[in-house]
Write a protein that binds this ligand. Structure first.
Ligand code: SF4
Length: 356
C-alpha cells in the first residue's frame, strides 16, 4: 500500500496494522503529510467545527519527588529554584483567568507531597464553589486511588497523566527503578473508572524511542480510550542526564497529531507548548494537523521561568494567557476561533456519578 492508501484506510477504519503504522510513520512524504493533515482537519471539523478550546494552565509547584531522566525539575536537579503557590495564590490565578475568559483551569505540578489529599480537595472545592460552571483539570502525577476519588468528589473533572511510553524497556530507559510503567497505567485506568475525563500521552522523539515504541503508544491509547491525548516533541534540558540527546522531531509530532485525529475523532488534542517552543508557529501548525486545544500559561509571571521542564520553554510573552488577543489572532490566522466554554470531550460529556 502507498502512504496515501494508508491514510485513506486509517480515516475509514480508524486503525491500521502495526506494519501499516510503521510504514506510514517512516515513509510519509511532505505532500502526503498535507493530505493527512487535510483529512485530520475534516474529521476534527465534523466533530468540533472550527472551535479551539483554551485551558488556563497554572503551574503551582515545581517540587517533585521523582527523578525522571528527561525532566528539568526532577528532584536531583539542584539548580532549580523551587516554589509552591499557596491555595490563595492559586485562587487568584483562577480569578484572573476567569476574567480573561477561561472556563477550564489546569492545575499542574510535580509530585509534591505538600499538597496532601485534604489540601488539594480544599483548593478544588474553593475553585468550584466560586466558579461552578468551570472545569478543573488536575495534572499532578501518580497518587492513590483514595486521593483520586476524594478530589473527584471535591469537584475535579479531568486528569492529565501522560504515560510517556507504553513500552516497558523504553520506560526503563527514561525513568529510575523506583517508578514503573504498570503503576502508571494502573493510575490511568483508575482515573477513568472513577469518572474523570482522562488524558494520556507521550513525548515524540524521546531518547531511545523507536517507531515500534510509537506503535505501542497508539495501541495503548486504543485500549485506554482517553478523552484527551497530549503529545509534544521531546526537548532536552541541560541539567538532566539526557542533556546531550537530540530534540524530537517537529514534523513527526505533526504527523502523529494527524494520525491520532484520524484514530480518535472525538478526542481533545492540544497543540502543546513544546510544539510552540520547537517552532514559532508550532501551535498553529498543530491546529492545522488536527489539534483543537491550547493551554496558555496563567501562572504568576514570576514563577513561569522556574517551571522549566526543558530548555528555552516559551514562558514570558505572547504565549501567556494574559495575551488572549494575540492568541485569538493567531488562531484566526489559521481559520479557527477561540471559544469560551468548558470544552468537554465529545467522547463522554459531563460528569458521571462514581457509583454508576
Ligand atoms: S516528569 Fe513529572 S514526575 Fe517526572 S520528575 Fe518531572 S515533574 Fe516529576
Amino acid at each position: 500500500m502507498t502512504s496515501r492508501e494508508l491514510i485513506q484506510k486509517l480515516e475509514k477504519e480508524r486503525d491500521l496494522t502495526d506494519a501499516g503504522f510503521v510504514q506510514l510513520i517512516r515513509g510519509i512524504l511532505p505532500d502526503e503529510e498535507e493530505e493527512l493533515f487535510a483529512r485530520a482537519r475534516a474529521v476534527r471539523e465534523a466533530v468540533y467545527g472550527k472551535a479551539v478550546y483554551v485551558r488556563g494552565l497554572i503551574e503551582f509547584s515545581n517540587i517533585c519527588r521523582n527523578d525522571c531522566y528527561y525532566c528539568g525539575i526532577r528532584k536531583s536537579n539542584a539548580k532549580v529554584d523551587r516554589y509552591r503557590l499557596t491555595p490563595e495564590e492559586i485562587l487568584l490565578c483562577v480569578r484572573e483567568g476567569y476574567g480573561l475568559g477561561f472556563r477550564t483551569f489546569v492545575l499542574q505540578g510535580g509530585e509534591d507531597p505538600w499538597y496532601t489529599k485534604e489540601r488539594m480537595a480544599d483548593i478544588i472545592h474553593s475553585i468550584k464553589k466560586e466558579f461552578p460552571a468551570c472545569a478543573v483539570t488536575l495534572s499532578i502525577g501518580e497518587r492513590t486511588k483514595d486521593e483520586y476519588r476524594c478530589w473527584y468528589e471535591a469537584g475535579a473533572d479531568r486528569y492529565l497523566l501522560r504515560h510517556e511510553t507504553a513500552d516497558e524497556e523504553h520506560y526503563r530507559r527514561l525513568h529510575p527503578a523506583d517508578m514503573s510503567l504498570s503503576h502508571r497505567m494502573e493510575c490511568l485506568y483508575t482515573l477513568r473508572e472513577l469518572g474523570y475525563q482522562t488524558g494520556a500521552g507521550c513525548m515524540v522523539g524521546s531518547p531511545g524511542q523507536t517507531v515500534d515504541n510509537l506503535v505501542s503508544d497508539l495501541r495503548f491509547l486504543q485500549e485506554l480510550k482517553p478523552h484527551m491525548i497530549g503529545i509534544g516533541p521531546y526537548l532536552s534540558h541541560q541539567d538532566t542526564p539526557f542533556s546531550n540527546e537530540p530534540d524530537g522531531s517537529y514534523r513527526l509530532t505533526l504527523v502523529l497529531l494527524g494520525i491520532l485525529r484520524l484514530m480518535f475523532p472525538g478526542v481533545l488534542l492540544p497543540a502543546t507548548t513544546a510544539l510552540g517552543t520547537i517552532a514559532p508557529d508550532g501551535r498553529e501548525r498543530g491546529l492545522l494537523a488536527g489539534a483543537n486545544v491550547l493551554m496558555p500559561n496563567l501562572s504568576p509571571s514570576g514563577v513561569r521561568k522556574k517551571y522549566e521542564l526543558y530548555d528555552n520553554k516559551i514562558c514570558t510573552g505572547e504565549e501567556s494567557a494574559q495575551c488572549m488577543d494575540e492568541l485569538k489572532r493567531r488562531v484566526e490566522s489559521v481559520g479557527y476561533h477561540v471559544v469560551t466554554d468548558r470544552g468537554d470531550s465529545r467522547i463522554e460529556n459531563g460528569r458521571r456519578r462514581i457509583d454508576e
